[in-house]
Design a protein around this ligand. Sequence first.
Ligand SMILES: Nc1ncnc2c1ncn2[C@@H]1O[C@H](COP(=O)(O)OP(=O)(O)OP(=O)(O)O)[C@@H](O)[C@H]1O
Length: 654
Amino acid sequence: MRARLKVEAGEGSPTLFELAPGQPATLGRSRDSSVVLKDDLASRLHAKVYYEDGRWVVRDFGLNGTKVNGTKVSGAAELNDGSVIQIGDAVVRFHTVAGPAITPPPTGPRTNGLSHPLSGTKTGTDHRTPAPSESPHATKTGFNVDRFAGRLTDTEVAASQLKVDELTALCRFMTAAVETKDAHELIRLALRVIVNQTTAKVAGYLNLDPNDPTPRFILPDTAAVDSTLSRRLTERVRNERKTIWLFNDPTKGDVRPPTESLFAYHDALCLPLSTKGELYAAVHVYRTGSAFADRDARFIEAVSGYLGKSLELHRHRRKLEAENNRLRASVPTADELIGDSNAMMGLRQQIAKAAPLPFTVLIHGESGSGKELVAQALHRQSVRTAGPLVVVNCAAIAPTLLEAELFGYRKGAFSGADRDHPGLFEQADEGTLFLDEVGELSLDCQAKLLRVIEGKPFRPVGGTKDVKVDVRVVAATHRDLDKEVKAAKFRQDLLFRLKVIPLKVPPLREHAEDIPELAGFFLERLSVQCRKTFHLKPAAMRKLQAYTWPGNVRQLRAVLESTAVMCETDTIDAADLAITAITEAAPTNGSELPNSLSMDELETWAIRKALKQTSGNVSRASQILGMSRDTLHTKLKKKGIARDEATADAGDGA
Ligand SMILES: Nc1ncnc2c1ncn2[C@@H]1O[C@H](COP(=O)(O)OP(=O)(O)OP(=O)(O)O)[C@@H](O)[C@H]1O
């Protein structure tokens, strides 16, 4: 049922206004009114004309009243063809118009998940499925076939689907939401997008979680939250846990009479935000002038939905960060050498002497004995402590790549070099470069390294200019480099340069008195990580101290870690310690080894033994040996040990 309003006297614009069910018209002084009346006796929102229960009605909201056909309206009055509405000096005539409505009202079951406000028994006329005679899609010969079949017509699809600019706005919001670190900023962003895209008058975010200190937000900033957002709508969302779409008539159903906060608006949407079934906020969006279109509602729902998910992620991230900080604060870090034995005290004194000096240091010690910790201590106690400490394991980088890694390369130096790459020396400028396993360097690389250590510039691979850096080199090895020099595998001049200050890190078996302190330290750390409190029984401690630890402190740590993981209780007994197998296989004291074995040969022996015991399983063997899988693989390659060969070879000799 179409109709129109015509301004016949007084100042009102537009002078002709088309009405359609589902699209109410407002009359008043506000510039947002459908018909703006320039009359001093007119209120901002003075009256509203709408279609309800098969008839057109005018409702009076004005301070100075509204007349219909000369009679003052009390509440609302029905309008018939030719009725005259009088507001102040303005005269507006109401006409019904034959034919279908210009804009179809929302009809049929909605698929967008939005509920309508009057979900009780009193369903609003605007939302019901129209009687066939009212259907805007009825044709002279019958009903539109698509509608009859329950499908949406093109017009309806066009009215409800998001269009390109809405989708673009949605995508922009999603992108910005991902980048926004601040939850409050995210909320403001969502409200801004909603207001801009749907020309809503007000958009607000109301926090409903008493445990969350997030304040309320409302756009535009000039509005006051408490006075503007409808408490009644919030309550309905809280109770019904679904979107409430007030859809153009605040006087219907259980919101009658209209709440003050909604008085000035033509339509309102209120959407719940919840996580795991718990409601934590409501988004309010109000509009003047006309009701929200289906598309607007969909858009608001999409933005609110994404806002809800993003806020959930923000909360989750904050929780993780807090947990991370807690763990960081409580986990003891092994950046200090632990142990008060004479051997460790002596080592600490040497570090303190060597650290402030500008000379190169060569640290010698078995694998896992703590050489990297010594290098860290040297850097920390040096004048370069504010500069970088760059660590490189020379054994872990393929010899062909080592030069490029150490000295860098320039774009185009080789295929795949698509940009300049600063080498580790450049990265360590004004700091310390720790070259672990320096004995593994190729002779070529040794020559280049010598030049840099002598203070000469070097040239990156494929470069045309030399680079000079200010780097202190600290090197480490488990090899006997004097022997390597004799075997022509290591340059003597480089060795002289490296061991200006030689430091020796003792193997764990030489400072076994530190085992209780070390074990206590590692168990304390494990207790925090596993949220248990681990203890060692005296028998377990005796077993740890009796063992020879070929993998040194690293192995001690690995054994305690795997024991803690496997242990059913938090009290560790001797039988729980996963060192039985190696204890049986390994020498229990030095005398069981042939006197002629060098450290390198001892290592080879231990690797073969571990592989044999684990039937060639590198992961388990590396655990027994207290070294990483990668390191064990590198060592196997270097020593030319095949896994199956070690398995087959039962011999204990090197
Ligand atoms: N004295 C110590 N106090 C505390 N932790 C130690 C000590 N010595 C070694 N560790 C720990 O043992 C592990 C191995 O130490 P590190 O990497 O320094 O040994 P490494 O001699 O450099 O071994 P590799 O030669 O195989 O690289 C690390 O987890 C380290 O924190």
